[in-house]
Design a protein around this ligand. Structure first.
Ligand code: PMP
Length: 307
């Protein structure tokens, strides 16, 4: 089966979607992107894209920060993505990567007055981290990029060097993930995930001013916790040492989904095994993303014609 890309305004076989080594975004990281998941539901024989609109709304917000002007509305971007998946014909879970970037082939670092392009491709995808039921994390020695340096709320391609430093050092150090601190020493997020902990019956997560990406899974978890479990989320600064003593901790993200953290730098979190809150949230989440919960079906865009 041919794999397609949307590139320079049309669908082409992925091999034909090529950029020059002179491309501005390749040289300077001047682009932004999204990561979206599509889940296959065997009973419905349907592929559901999770919170497609919200991802493109965020992409367009990233574009505003980067002076990128795309000739597409959110609706059009959603339609392009659904058409791409139909052309790919996937009947399995997939990961979708839209990119908006500075496409000029010139030397000179800036954002304005350049040519913007949009591209999108999708690949079959399973787990992003193996140990979703019990990850061992460290505190990265790399700090999170600051809003006044590289704003983390925009999903900027060049900013992912910060994530790459944190992730590689964590993996080479024998951990599964890294928690990254802000310049004031509070928890920001994981290398490509948002962070939550459970303390005394509350969910607690860093605020949007802690140099985080404003995660769509983060928002989903806050809604599911409130609506389905009666659990409120408090958004506040989190000290590093709170992680050592909290009841449960977990990471959220399109890639990681919801992953329990059961150890931090060789200290067990809570009992040292996956806890009840994250276990319940994972059950809820996987039902919702696969289109098995009618209450949240509006978050799932069907790719194929509905019978
Ligand atoms: N933070 C960072 C740095 C990320 O790259 C991601 C993944 N997109 C997230 C958080 C989680 O965001 P979302 O739930 O929207 O995928």
């Amino acid at each position: 089966m041919t794999q397609y890309a949307f590139f320079k305004g049309q669908f082409v076989p992925i091999e034909e979607a090529r950029i020059s080594i002179q491309t501005h975004a390749f040289n300077y990281g001047t682009g932004c992107f999204e990561g979206i998941r599509a889940y296959w539901n065997q009973d419905h024989e349907q592929l559901y894209v999770f919170r497609l609109r919200e991802h493109y709304e965020r992409l367009l917000r990233s574009c505003r920060i980067l002076h990128i002007h795309l000739p597409y509305t959110v609706n059009e971007l959603c339609e392009i993505t659904l058409e791409l998946l139909r052309k790919d014909g996937y009947r399995e879970d997939a990961y979708i990567r839209p990119l908006a970037y500075k496409a000029d082939e010139i030397i000179g670092v800036r954002l304005h007055g350049l040519t913007d392009e949009f591209a999108c491709f999708a690949v079959p995808f399973g787990r992003y981290i193996e140990k979703e039921e019990g990850a061992h994390v460290c505190f990265s020695s790399w700090q999170r990029v600051d809003d006044n340096a590289v704003p983390a709320r925009a999903k900027i391609t060049g900013a992912y060097i910060n994530s790459a430093f944190a992730k590689t050092d964590a993996l080479l150090g024998g951990y599964d993930e890294a928690l990254v601190l802000t310049q004031s020493g509070h928890i920001s997020e994981g290398s490509a995930e948002n962070f939550f902990m459970v303390r005394n019956g509350f969910l607690i997560t860093p605020p949007v001013t802690a140099n985080i990406l404003e995660g769509i899974t983060r928002e989903t978890v806050m809604i599911l916790a409130r609506e389905e479990m009666g659990l409120q989320t408090i958004e506040r600064e989190i000290d590093r040492s709170e992680i050592y003593i909290c009841d449960e901790a977990f990471l959220t993200g399109t890639g990681v989904q919801i992953a329990a953290i059961t150890q931090v730098e060789h200290r067990p979190i809570g009992s040292g095994a996956i806890g009840p809150v994250v276990t319940r949230l994972r059950e809820l989440y996987f039902d919702v993303v696969r289109g098995r919960n009618p209450k949240y079906r509006h978050w799932c865009s069907p790719v194929y014609p509905v019978a």
